[in-house]
Design a protein around this ligand. Structure first.
Ligand SMILES: [Zn+2]
Length: 177
């Protein structure tokens, strides 16, 4: 059974994530069909606690594909490998963005990208569209863009100012907190 997550804790998780899925970086405002959810990074069935340090903001799709799993098979090495933990690991050490594609940089990255189907054709199409609008990733991820040569190159191709433009009032809302 799913633990009750108090409103205040939900707000903290959402605000901490700036409204973005902490796995695929899709902003809640850019997902019309399903609400983002609160993910137990370590699922409750594995004794993960309902506390801020074990919760992440996740889009419907990432949360469904992840389920209660903690590990999966690295498609390169065939080894059992942990999934990405957004509370203890840095996104930009495990993944990079190359245009609309999430490029895994490590075994953890490969395992997570595969299990969560982070580059399925449909979501790539969505990201291409959002990138054109300047909505992907949302403007609160400047640090992601300069850690990896591929992403730095992508950000140059797309124009660096695009990432700083904030065309949606909701974003100001979140940043003011
Ligand atoms: Zn996601």
């Amino acid at each position: 059974m799913k633990a009750y997550i108090p409103e205040r804790l939900r707000d903290l998780v959402l605000t901490r994530a700036n409204g973005r899925c902490e796995y695929c970086l899709l902003h809640q405002d850019n997902e019309p069909a399903y609400s983002h959810e609160i993910d137990h990074v370590i699922a409750e069935k594995h004794l993960g606690e309902t506390l801020a340090h074990n919760l992440a903001y996740a889009c419907f799709y990432c949360n469904r594909f992840k389920g209660t799993d903690l590990t999966s098979i690295d498609p390169l090495t065939n080894q059992i490998t942990p999934l990405y933990n957004p509370r203890t690991q840095s996104w930009s050490e495990q993944f990079a963005l190359d245009g609309p594609e999430i490029v895994p940089l490590t075994g953890i990255g490969r395992t997570t990208v595969r299990l969560l189907q982070m580059n399925r054709p449909r979501i790539i199409q969505r990201r291409i569209y959002l990138i054109q609008l300047g909505y992907y990733p949302s403007p609160f991820t400047p640090a992601l863009f300069h850690h990896h040569p591929a992403t730095a190159a992508a950000s140059l191709r797309n124009g660096p100012t695009r990432l700083l433009v904030n065309p949606r009032p909701q974003f100001y809302h979140l940043s003011a907190q």
